[in-house]
Write a protein that binds this ligand. Structure first.
Ligand code: NAD
Ligand code: IPM
Ligand code: MN
Length: 354
């Protein structure tokens, strides 16, 4: 049997609630020839407020011993002054993405026909955003002087390297050429951010030469928000930088019927470090502890994890169980655990009949 060491970071807010359901589904789908050994890591705002630790070198080293990471969400109440400045988000989540070289942040969007999208007539929608995960304005390359004076100057410089852009663009082309429609859209803002924009455009043009099977277009990020609402079916693979990818994937989550459906994988394609799977959403302090969060995004993140482990068969069993659950959703609200139970039951039913 294949043994997989899985680090589990339940995190803060709704994180523990949705991860518990995701693990329920994972255990329901596991066949005899795949063994998952879980290690729980207590990381996040809750732990920081108790101990003062965010992510030690020892934590990182221990996480690195695993094959993959499943993360719920981290971050506390944004009004808590002790958590100001994104101390958890930057010190934990981004630190892990950087330390484990998660240069591909994979964020698929499907509009399931049974789900009420806020769009009246979305049509067939199935696209993947390949968001760069280790560069852009996320690297902390900035500063402020004369803070609090009328002459304050604050900068946040976006970092784009030829190496970093090329590797994520290559991943996106490889993905596009494996998909039926074989289309790639570069999203940037090259009419204003000319230096980085030129690097991205030149890189896409160069890699496109090696992929004559893939059709390519370019959209400015502002226009993408229009097209994603008006005609989301036009997209197949979108490749974009860290910040644009962050913003458009929340929009993508919303059009698919809710952020509670949006899954993601922070991938280190080289396999040097563990990849990390997490819902796109955050810790949702507004609904935490109430058992009302939708665990579907966390469950679908498990599907991405299984796919990454080379078990596309199990990944599609999970996705199909989610589809079945979405199709049978009525108007009666269900608790987080009820949704997890229903998906786990659908997985188990499918596994026994298969
Ligand atoms: P959020 O995604 O936590 O919440 C945005 C809105 O979506 C809220 O109204 C929330 O109730 C709703 N929502 C989110 N997940 C849901 C689910 N599964 N089911 C139903 N509704 C859901 O974003 P935010 O409010 O901007 O951030 C809250 C905290 O989470 C902040 O500290 C932020 O930094 C952090 N955050 C963490 C991650 C992460 O860990 N990956 C991602 C985003 C935000
Ligand atoms: C996400 C989140 C993070 C990001 C934050 C919490 C640092 O919004 O995973 O989308 O901006 O990448
Ligand atoms: Mn985000």
């Amino acid at each position: 049997a294949q043994t997989v060491k899985l680090a589990v970071v339940r995190g803060d807010g709704i994180g523990p609630e949705v991860v518990d359901e995701a693990l329920k589904v994972l255990h329901a789908v596991l066949p005899d020839d795949l063994v998952v050994q879980e290690t729980a890591f207590s990381l996040g705002a809750t732990r920081y407020l108790e101990t003062g630790d965010i992510l030690s070198d020892a934590d990182t080293a221990a996480l690195a011993e695993h094959d993959a990471i499943l993360l719920g969400a981290v971050g506390g109440d944004p009004r808590d002054p002790r958590l100001a400045g994104g101390i958890i988000e930057r010190g934990l989540l981004l630190k892990l993405r950087f330390a484990f070289d998660h240069y591909v942040n994979l964020r698929p969007t499907t509009v399931y026909s049974s789900v009420a999208s806020p769009l009246a007539d979305p049509g067939a929608v199935d696209f993947v955003v390949v968001r760069e995960g280790t560069e852009g304005p996320y690297v902390g390359n900035g500063g402020a002087i004369r803070v609090g004076t009328p002459h304050e100057i604050a900068t946040e410089v976006s970092l784009n390297t030829a190496h970093g852009v090329e590797r994520v663009v290559r991943y996106a082309f490889d993905l596009a050429s494996r998909r039926p429609r074989k289309h790639l859209t570069l999203v940037h803002k090259s009419n204003v951010l000319v230096h980085a924009g030129a690097l991205w455009q030149r890189t896409v043009a160069a890699v496109a030469e090696e992929h004559p099977d893939v059709t390519v277009d370019y959209q400015h990020v502002d226009a993408v928000t229009i097209h994603m609402v008006r005609e989301p079916g036009r997209f197949d693979v979108i490749v974009t930088d860290n910040l644009f990818g962050d913003i458009i994937t929340d929009l993508a989550g919303a059009i698919s019927g809710g952020i509670g459906l949006a899954a993601s994988g922070n991938i280190n394609p080289d396999g040097t470090f563990p990849s990390m799977f997490e819902p796109v959403h955050g810790s949702a302090p507004d609904i935490a502890g109430q058992q009302v969060a939708d665990p579907t995004a966390a469950v679908l993140s498990v599907a991405l994890l299984l796919d990454h482990l080379g078990r596309a068969d199990l990944a599609s069993a999970v996705t199909q169980a989610v589809e079945a659950d979405l199709a049978s959703r009525g108007t009666t609200p269900r608790s987080t655990a009820e949704v997890g139970d229903a998906i786990a039951a659908a997985v188990a039913a499918r596994t026994t009949t298969a």
